[in-house]
Write a protein that binds this ligand. Structure first.
Ligand code: NAD
Ligand code: MG
Length: 396
């Protein structure tokens, strides 16, 4: 029986993880759940699963949930605060940590789980994007088992012998991209798109931030950087291939001409189940592919149509401070877009201006990563504020 902690249990990946765990009660026990502010959903999860621990960022919500849980005779301990979150991630009793917080906010708890040598299921790509080298050093120091959950990276892992990249045998990693909801649209058509349109992904049902990232293709850029760190490769060893159906989740091309692909319906429960039980296989509840109806298309990618992806590729080539700044500026810009403060096309502009605003130096400790992340957020936010003031003045 493996004890599982889900960081971000109220999110899209969190819910898919709960579903897979519920299908395999003889193998996994839900030990802990955590959320940012969705107290109603966390309380429901406590009632349903009665884990040992639950953490919620919001202090008032924690107090309220704690009272309700006690009154109902449930033993779950309800905690709050960053320190408690990190402590649970490294707790002796935990075997498996699902890292499914969105954004750089997930870095410290995920790193705690790594340092404690857990099996860490990594959905939170931003943690690896912003702390790549330090994160991977912590993995090798602690002997943690880092399992990719992002569907493309999980696919690549499955297409590599023992999940290891061996440059003598491999030509390329082929990272597939659906192209998101706006594939084939011109910049002109994109100028007025709304958050609702950007979040309507044709194949996947995901949280808002990653949905917007998929529409700008920043998600593919973050995934390129994520793949560089996970598999120890440089960006020129990875090609991005457009594949609108999201059935081939990624591929590895070997030097003898063989291409190995991992396929499946677009449902995150497959990579989650794989990461939970590798090297075994466990049931996920995902429907099998119907080959009689399957149609698969592939095409090359035009980087000039996706400015966010081009920026991420540049950041992947230079690495150092750039991925941290790219990610932080993108998080701020996506928030502003969701709040209707900037337009869809302004997301790339804010990220680009932040990257070019000053000479950032490479962080050499986690504290420096966090300081650089904050610095980039302040710059991106001030660019957004100036942008809004300019729009107001233009109207007057
Ligand atoms: P989501 O927005 O649906 O859920 C995010 C979770 O993180 C929620 O439980 C929320 O309460 C928690 N959270 C948010 N901010 C927090 C904070 N400051 N402190 C603590 N907890 C916080 O997001 P999601 O779609 O589930 O994505 C989660 C991560 O997985 C992201 O990094 C995303 O890129 C990655 N991912 C998601 C998918 C997908 O299909 N949804 C696929 C691949 C990778
Ligand atoms: Mg992905």
């Amino acid at each position: 029986m493996k004890k599982v902690l889900i960081l971000g249990s109220t999110g899209s990946i969190g819910l898919s993880t709960l579903d897979v765990l519920a299908r395999n009660p003889d193998q996994f026990e839900l030990w802990g759940i955590t959320a940012n502010s969705n107290s109603a959903q966390l309380l429901e999860q406590i009632r349903q699963y009665q884990p040992e621990y639950a953490v919620i960022n919001d202090e008032v919500a924690a107090l309220d949930i704690s009272k309700k849980v006690k009154a109902e005779g449930i033993d779950t301990k309800v905690l709050t605060g960053a320190e408690n979150l990190q402590e649970l991630a490294g707790h002796d009793e935990v075997d498996i940590v699902m890292a499914a917080i969105v954004g750089a906010a997930g870095l410290l708890p995920t790193l705690k789980a790594v340092e404690a040598g857990k099996r860490v299921l990594l959905a939170n790509k931003e943690a690896l994007v912003c702390a790549g080298p330090l994160f991977m050093q912590a993995v090798s120091r602690s002997n943690a088992l880092l399992m990719p959950v992002d569907s493309e990276h999980n696919a690549i892992f499955q297409c590599l012998p023992d999940g290891q990249y061996n440059s003598a045998q491999i030509e390329k990693i082929l990272l597939t991209a659906s192209g998101g909801p706006f594939r084939g649209k011109s910049f002109q058509e994109l100028s007025g798109v709304t958050p609702e349109q950007a979040c309507a992904h044709p194949n996947w049902n995901m949280g808002q931030k990653i949905s917007v990232d998929s529409a700008t293709m920043m998600n593919k850029g973050l995934e390129l950087i994520e793949a560089c760190w996970l598999f120890g490769v440089s960006s020129d060893q990875i090609d991005i291939v457009l594949h609108p159906q999201s059935v081939v989740h990624s591929m590895v091309q070997y030097r003898d001409g063989s291409v190995i692909a991992q396929m499946g319906n677009p449902d995150m429960r497959t990579p989650i189940a794989h990461a939970l039980s590798w090297p075994e296989r466990t049931s996920s509840g995902v429907d099998i592919l119907d080959f009689a109806r399957l149609k698969l298309d592939f095409e090359g990618i035009d980087y000039s149509s996706y400015p966010c992806l081009a920026l991420a590729l540049d950041a992947a080539k230079s690495m150092g401070a750039m991925p941290v700044v790219l990610n932080a500026a993108n998080e701020i810009a996506v928030d502003a877009f969701l709040l209707r403060q900037i337009s869809f096309l302004e997301i790339a502009k804010i990220v680009e201006k932040t990257l070019n605003s000053t000479n950032f130096s490479e962080p050499v400790s986690i504290d420096e990563v966090i300081a650089l992340d904050s610095e980039a957020r302040v710059i991106a936010q001030s660019l957004i504020d100036t942008n809004q003031q300019t729009k107001v003045s233009a109207k007057l």
